[in-house]
Structure formats: structure tokens, C-alpha cells
Design a protein around this ligand. Structure first.
Ligand code: GLP
Length: 244
């Protein structure tokens, strides 16, 4: 290995293993001495790491380990929280609450046998009284004994009544169109564009507690996602954009 390669390997080791985010790398002078290279060589190695967003520099203070480059997390919210943050009043019209067999797909998502019992809720979710989303939610019946109706927030009810707190979820979002029945419920033209959000939610013990399919009207709903670069996450920038 050339000196230059040794320096590079050493710096990578520091970044990957020895130092945490926002910790300072040794001064250029010390690195140059330790590896018997010029400060220019050290600077070039650090420039490269900076371009790769693995480190960042602060004028007069030194070079620091960057946070993992992209934080692309969608904050896990309930419909109720989501609407409130947009300045809209959330609402819910319960259409169906029934105990059914999970079937293969929902059973798989909830770690139940296809014959396992789930509570199926169908709700039209409203924002300022206008239909926004049609939601089919499935919960393992054994986790929510006695639940036959939900008036406001399901997540609030799960916590209040069963001490179940949603900790994380696996979620996908894709484009779809409203079929005639969904269109009628959402007060939108048939075949109008919509967003289908499918979520499997897990509680603090990592048990799957909910499988849900939420169909949002494409003309009324947009996803607000914070996407942060290494620089943004350090400065605390990239706040939620808020409503539409
Ligand atoms: C979102 C999620 C659903 C979840 C719902 C709970 O819409 N996509 O999976 O069931 O929030 O919302 P709330 O607590 O308002 O009933």
C-alpha cells in the first residue's frame, strides 16, 4: 500500500468504526506527520471524503464525521395526527366493523393462520367534513377483545384501551384509481386517480398489530416527506413542510 492508500484506509477506519457522527477527525497536521505525507495530500484525501459526504468541515474547527448520508424516513402518523398537522379537522365514518377470518394475505402480514380471526374496520376518513380516504383496517382479534366500534382515532383507542402503542410500520405507497364503489364513498368520479397506502404496523414488542389499506383521493392528498442530506440533518434543517 502506498502512503496515500494507508492514509485513506486509516481515515475510513476512523469514520466507520472508531468515531461516531459529529466527532472530530485528527488535525491535518497530525495526520500528515503520522503518515509521512504532505498536508496537501491529507487535504486531498479529506476533500474526497467530503465530496462523498462522509465528513464535513467547519471553518476553523476541523473535519467531522458526517451522519449517514440520507435520512428518508416518513414519520409514522395516524390519519388523525396527519390531518391536524395540515390544519384540517379529522373525522371518521365507520361503515363496517366485523370479525372475519384473516385469509392468506392479511394472515401472513399479521403472523396469523389464514383461519385466524381479525377485526375488519371499514372507515371513510374525512378532513373538514370532506371525504379524503377510504380505509380498510385489520387487527388480530385476540389483541383487541371487545372492540366493536371506533369513533375517532384508532391508534388513540388502541393505546387507551389496550395499551398498544404503534412503534413502527412497513408501508408502501402506490398509484391507483378509484373503483365505482370507492369513488361513490369518496364523492369523486369513478376511475379518478388515488394513492393506495398499505401499512403493516408493529407495536413496541414488534408484534404486527395492524394491516391496513388506505385509499386517498389523489386530488386532495399529497405526501409530505422530509428528506434530509447529511448537511441538513446536522443543522437540524429539513423541518416538516406542513400542509399542502
Ligand atoms: C393512517 C394509516 C392507517 C391507520 C390510521 C390510524 O391512515 N395509514 O394504517 O389505521 O392512520 O389513524 P387514526 O388513529 O386516526 O384512526
Amino acid at each position: 500500500m502506498t502512503k496515500h492508500e494507508q492514509l485513506r484506509a486509516h481515515l475510513e477506519g476512523l469514520i466507520e468504526r472508531e468515531l461516531g457522527p459529529d466527532e472530530r477527525l485528527p488535525p491535518e497536521r497530525d495526520l500528515a506527520e503520522a503518515f509521512g505525507v504532505s498536508r496537501m495530500t491529507v487535504r486531498q484525501a479529506l476533500d474526497r471524503l467530503e465530496r462523498e459526504r462522509r465528513v464535513y468541515r467547519v471553518q476553523g474547527a476541523g473535519t467531522f464525521v458526517a451522519r449517514p448520508p440520507i435520512a428518508k424516513t416518513i414519520e409514522l402518523t395516524s390519519f388523525t395526527e396527519d390531518m391536524r398537522r395540515r390544519g384540517l379537522a379529522p373525522g371518521s365514518v365507520l361503515r363496517v366493523a366485523e370479525l372475519v377470518a384473516a385469509g392468506p394475505d392479511i394472515g401472513f402480514a399479521l403472523a396469523l393462520s389464514p383461519a385466524g380471526e381479525v377485526l375488519h374496520l371499514e372507515r371513510v376518513r374525512t378532513a373538514d367534513g370532506i371525504p379524503m380516504c377510504l380505509e380498510h383496517t385489520y387487527l388480530p382479534a385476540a389483541l383487541v377483545p371487545g372492540l366493536t366500534t371506533v369513533e375517532g382515532s384508532l391508534y388513540a383507542e388502541l393505546h387507551r384501551r389496550y395499551r398498544i402503542r404503534i412503534a413502527r410500520a412497513e408501508q408502501s405507497i402506490r398509484a391507483t384509481v378509484l373503483d365505482a364503489a370507492a369513488a361513490a364513498l369518496l364523492d369523486a368520479p369513478p376511475f379518478s386517480p388515488a394513492l393506495l397506502v398499505e401499512r403493516t404496523a408493529f407495536d413496541e414488542r414488534d408484534r404486527p398489530v395492524e394491516r391496513a389499506a388506505s385509499t386517498y383521493r389523489g386530488d386532495r392528498y399529497s405526501f409530505e416527506i422530509d428528506v434530509t442530506t447529511a448537511a441538513g440533518s446536522r443543522s437540524g434543517a429539513g423541518r416538516r413542510a406542513g400542509g399542502e
